[in-house]
Structures are given as structure tokens and as C-alpha cells.
Design a protein around this ligand. Structure first.
Ligand code: ZN
Length: 413
């Protein structure tokens, strides 16, 4: 899939203090030690392209971008992959409702997403692949699970063939990432795409592996399993394996993906006989007008609309930085005003140039400490107020502006 052009990246001289990141699976902050020395592999779950990028998406990809920049700053190469869920119920329903081809709808929304990411100066993943592009590989994984005896059929009254589910009881991997009880799982499973009460399922949380062809829906041929389309979790397992190899270092995404998506992705990999990710990093949810931003509530704040209204995308990054990536928070106009004022003061300070090794050290340490962006902003506020008096005045934008660019993706020129 057409990705976006990464902003220029000029890393600082590397230092070998590792990035420490909170791992959802263990519940602890621990150093990221790549499985392959010197080369970290990061997978972040992408969008379902049926609506524009809102602040919740921006927060997720901003957090993953900071992880990548922090790893690069420790002298580690980073290989990153991201998917696009372009074969999915909400996208197909929306295309049907609006009378457009699902491929056209997906392409137009991916285009918007890509331009939002470029505006926010998010580094582009090396692999940016849609489900429809990866379909041959996904079908191979689905068939391999069938051949390993992990798939079972469930009759579908509205289709010619059965739907196929993954039997979780065979490998016992349910809950490995979330650590949740079955009661906690049941609370969110249905609203996040699951079907706990479907007749014929062996286990309530068994995920849909292959959905039989329905009239008017796109379908592909999966041999013994018939024509249809894949379930959500197996897609990411396949794209991650093809792009990065299994196991890989960090699985990232929003906290609403902890269960079922990341739990069940990991369970698919176990059913294939392979471990999935070594650590799991999740970013918080963004609220607006008192509720979590969501399509159904109609309280979305879109990145492209803010940019169209003349908001500097760098100020949007500063709003995101004002909140720890793991916390849930609420977008407000006051937040944006504060960020715009910050951006102006940082730009003024950057024009003074000079060397401020204390500030640069504070920025790098803050980022490596589980992406402590609030501490980084504190250091920048002091620098902008002139507290870190420069020792050797020099020409040019200075070392702090270079560090803010490399570590936080913010251009101060
Ligand atoms: Zn995913």
C-alpha cells in the first residue's frame, strides 16, 4: 500500500542506555532488549479505513513513533510494520450504505490517513500492508491452522458453507497478554467484534478464523475452508510474520486492543506453534465532551480538520506529549491553546541557538523512561524560559532544536 514519506531524521550520537517500556503482559516496566541484537522489530495495529484519523488514532501512532525514535536514539535499528484492516465489517457496511465500492472507500480513507501521518511527522513504517494485499499469505496461515486441527466449522444460515473458528481449548493461550478473568473478557468481547453466544461454538471466546462468503461481500478461495474472508486477528499475525518474523519485540496499539485483539493474535501464533511478541505496549484512550472518542457517539476530533483550520500539526504533537501515552485523557480547546503557546515559545528559544547539554540529556532520559513526555515538556519549558543558560553561544538552531526534532518529531524551524 502507498505509504507516506518519512520526515528527515538526523539521529543524535547514539548512547547505549536502553529504552524502558511498560509491558502490559507482565505489568512491569522493563528494558527493551531486541531479540536480534542491534535490530528491534515493532508492529503497530493499523486503522480500519472507513473514517478519518481522529485524535485517538493520532495518540496511538504518536506513541509508536516515540517508541521507534527512542529505540533509534539508543543506537538500535528499528524495523516497523503496520497493517490496514481494509476487509472488515464496518468498512463493508459503510461502503454498502453509501453505495461506493469498498476498495474505493478504503483507498480514499487511507489517503487521508497517510496525509495526516505525514503532517504529524510520524516516521513511515517500512512495511505498510493492507489485508487485501496480504490475502495469499493470510489464506496460507488459515489453511495451516486447519491442517494442524485447530479450526472447526460452525453452520451459517445465511451462507452456503460454514464459518470456521479457532479452537482455543487446544493450546490454552487465552488471556496470556491481558491476564483478564473470563468475566472481564465477556464484558467487552461482543462490543469489540466478538460473538460469545453464537450457537455451535466450542468456546465463547473462540475467534472467527474464516467467514464464509455472503451475498454482496468480497470473497477469496481458501481451499478446504471454502470461499470467504478472514477473521481480524489472523490478519495481523500473518502480516507481522511476513514483515518482521515471529517472535518480534514489541506489539503496539491502543488499550482497546489488549483484549480481544492482542490476546487472540498471540493465541493464533501459539496455535501455529510459534511465540508472538516479546512485549506489549498500549496507549490510552482519548475522550472528548466527557466520553471516549468514538464513531458511534459522534464526538470525534479529526486531525485533517484541525490542520485545515490552520492548526500547526506540531501543536497537535505537543498536546499529545502533554499526556503520558498510557493514560486516558480528554481533548479540549484549552489544551490546544496551551500547546500553541508552548510551540511559539520553543520556536523563539530555538532561534537563540546555542548549546544546552543539560536540557538535551533531560530530554533523552525522559523519553527512555517509559516515554515520559511530561518530564520532557518540563525540561523544554525551563529551556524556553532561559533557565538552562547556554555556555557557548553559536550560530544555527542549536542542540535542543535538533534533539526535539530527532526524539519527538517536532520541527522548531
Ligand atoms: Zn492488529
Amino acid at each position: 500500500m502507498l505509504s507516506w514519506t518519512s520526515p528527515a531524521l538526523n539521529p543524535l550520537p547514539a548512547s547505549d542506555v536502553p529504552l524502558r517500556l511498560y509491558d502490559t503482559r507482565t505489568g512491569r516496566i522493563a528494558p527493551i532488549i531486541p531479540l536480534t541484537p542491534g535490530r528491534a522489530r515493532l508492529y503497530v495495529c493499523g486503522i480500519t479505513p472507513y473514517d478519518s484519523t481522529h485524535l485517538g488514532h493520532a495518540a496511538t501512532y504518536h506513541a509508536a513513533d516515540l517508541m521507534r525514535r527512542a529505540l533509534l536514539d539508543t543506537g538500535v535499528e528499528v524495523e516497523m510494520a503496520q497493517n490496514i484492516t481494509d476487509v472488515d465489517d464496518p468498512l463493508l457496511e459503510r461502503a454498502d450504505r453509501d453505495g461506493v465500492d469498498w476498495r474505493e472507500l478504503a483507498a480514499s480513507q487511507v489517503e487521508l490517513f497517510v496525509s495526516d501521518m505525514a503532517a504529524l511527522r510520524i516516521l513511515a513504517p517500512q512495511t505498510y500492508r493492507s489485508v487485501s494485499e496480504a490475502m495469499d499469505g493470510i489464506i496460507a496461515v488459515v489453511r495451516s491452522l486447519y491442517q494442524r486441527g485447530r479450526a472447526y466449522p460452525v453452520e451459517a444460515s445465511d451462507a452456503e458453507g460454514p464459518d470456521w473458528y479457532l479452537d482455543l481449548s487446544l493450546d490454552g493461550a487465552l488471556g496470556d497478554v491481558s491476564g483478564w478473568t473470563q468475566e472481564q473478557m465477556l464484558e467487552v468481547f461482543a462490543e469489540r467484534g466478538g460473538d460469545p453466544d453464537r450457537e455451535g461454538k466450542r468456546g465463547r471466546f473462540d475467534p472467527l478464523l474464516w467467514s464464509a462468503e455472503r451475498p454482496g461481500e468480497p470473497a477469496w478461495d481458501a481451499g478446504e475452508l471454502g470461499r470467504g474472508r478472514p477473521g481480524w486477528h489472523v490478519e495481523c499475525v500473518c502480516i507481522a510474520e511476513e514483515a518482521l518474523g515471529l517472535p518480534f519485540d514489541i506489539q503496539a496499539g491502543g488499550s482497546d486492543l489488549i483484549f480481544p485483539h492482542h490476546d487472540l493474535s498471540a493465541a493464533h501464533a501459539v496455535a501455529l506453534g510459534r511465540p508472538f511478541a516479546t512485549s506489549y505496549a498500549h496507549s490510552g484512550m482519548v475522550a472528548h465532551e466527557g466520553e471516549k472518542m468514538s464513531k458511534s457517539l459522534g464526538n470525534l476530533v479529526f486531525v485533517h480538520r484541525l490542520v485545515q483550520d490552520g492548526v500547526d500539526p506540531m501543536a497537535i504533537r505537543l498536546v499529545l506529549m502533554a499526556h503520558h501515552y498510557r493514560s486516558d485523557w480528554e481533548w479540549s480547546a484549552q489544551e490546544l491553546e496551551l500547546a500553541l503557546a508552548r510551540l511559539e515559545s520553543y520556536r523563539l528559544a530555538a532561534r537563540r541557538g546555542g548549546h544546552h547539554p543539560g536540557t538535551v540529556h533531560a530530554l533523552r532520559s525522559a523519553l527512555r523512561d517509559d516515554l515520559d513526555t511530561a518530564a520532557a515538556l518540563e525540561a523544554l519549558d525551563s529551556w524556553a524560559a532561559g533557565a538552562d543558560v547556554e555556555e557557548n553561544p553559536s550560530e544555527g538552531p542549536g542542540d535542543v532544536a535538533a534533539a526535539v526534532d530527532a526524539l519527538f518529531g517536532i520541527a522548531l524551524d
